[in-house]
Design a protein around this ligand. Structure first.
Ligand code: ZN
Length: 325
């Protein structure tokens, strides 16, 4: 089948090298120590100056797997170190999105190294759009495998030295259940994306039927009275298979939360705040947060359930809205 015309614009970008992204900091001992602590790595080459000095490296070196960490933007999006490019190496993904391939899944990430990095080295990377495959259909849907290669360099007076690279491959696709947009000629149809349906089993059906009826039901062991969520066939306390349900008040507080910024997958709004809610009855559940801005969400915030209908009534979900404490 002949490829759609807009894809020639995508293919013209294959091989393009996108500009430098600089590290905020040179390779340094505090970042290495904290990274090792988080990852649970206790190799003294990375953290013990005396041990490292007596080694073949003559001093502390950075764990190779840290390579990408040196040039990351930091906590806030697009906060790159001065001098970094503002080119977007993912621009072809945006083009695919505009033509009806909204979803993305990472499929490969291969990190390779030339050598160990020493304290004081200053890095940057460039990104090459390595390849865009032919259109393929997988179980997820139809789309393109896109491969990017980030090459990392250490800045040297005598010429920058390549120290490693990261191959990153994604599948950019139209989910299997979404109709294809209109062919060229007609105005491009904006496909209406639906929310994913929950997986309903014999164990969870009561919960979703309750939600559909505007009730938040929690499973209760009829043998010992323990409440449990998510639903399960057996009581973790007394191992009884007998259960009924109680209706929760819908009141609780935010135990933790995340705010999803990227990728922007329709039909979700972005940023998309999601909470882990401690219900007053003593169980936790994950649900969307509504009526709150990103910087107003707080651990311990009191919330109240409300039931929202999506996709013309096909799906009802419990969402939680902050209320006065
Ligand atoms: Zn029990």
């Amino acid at each position: 089948m002949a490829e759609q015309e807009w894809m020639s614009e995508v293919r013209a970008k294959v091989g393009r090298e996108y500009g430098r992204v600089y590290a905020w900091d040179e390779v340094n001992a505090p970042m290495i120590r904290q990274w090792c602590e988080v990852m649970g790595i206790d190799n003294p080459l990375y953290t013990d100056a005396a041990h490292a000095a007596a080694s073949e490296f003559g001093g502390i070196v950075a764990p190779p797997a840290m390579l990408q960490a040196w040039c990351l933007e930091g906590l806030h999006m697009n906060n790159y170190a001065p001098g970094s490019t503002d080119e977007n190496p993912y621009e072809v993904l945006k083009m695919m999105e505009a033509h009806g391939y909204p979803s993305v899944v990472a499929v490969n990430s291969d990190l390779s190294f030339e050598r160990y990095l020493k304290l004081g080295e200053k890095l940057y990377y460039t990104t090459r759009l390595d390849s865009v495959g032919e259109e393929k259909t997988t179980a997820l849907g139809t789309g393109f495998f896109v491969t990017l290669i980030m090459s990392f360099f250490s800045q040297k007076p005598a010429g920058d030295e390549k120290v490693g690279q990261l191959l990153f491959r994604v599948f950019k696709f139209r989910p299997a259940n979404v109709p294809k947009p209109a062919e060229k000629g007609a105005a491009p149809a904006v496909p209406k994306y639906k929310r994913p349906q929950p997986g309903v089993s014999d164990d969870t059906r009561f919960f979703w039927e309750g939600v559909q009826a505007g009730r938040l039901l929690i499973q209760r062991c009829t043998c010992c009275g323990t409440l449990r969520h998510p639903p399960a066939p057996v009581c973790i306390d007394c191992h009884s298979f007998d259960w009924d349900t109680v209706e929760a008040s819908g009141k609780g507080e935010i135990h933790s939360f995340v705010v999803m910024h990227y990728p922007e997958v329709p039909p979700f709004e972005h940023p998309n705040p999601i909470g882990l809610i401690d219900l007053d009855e003593g169980v936790r559940l994950v649900a969307g947060l509504v009526g709150v801005k990103r910087d107003e969400i707080g651990i311990g915030q009191r919330v109240q359930v409300e039931f929202q209908s999506f996709d013309d009534g096909e799906l009802t979900l419990p969402m939680f809205r902050p209320v006065a404490g």
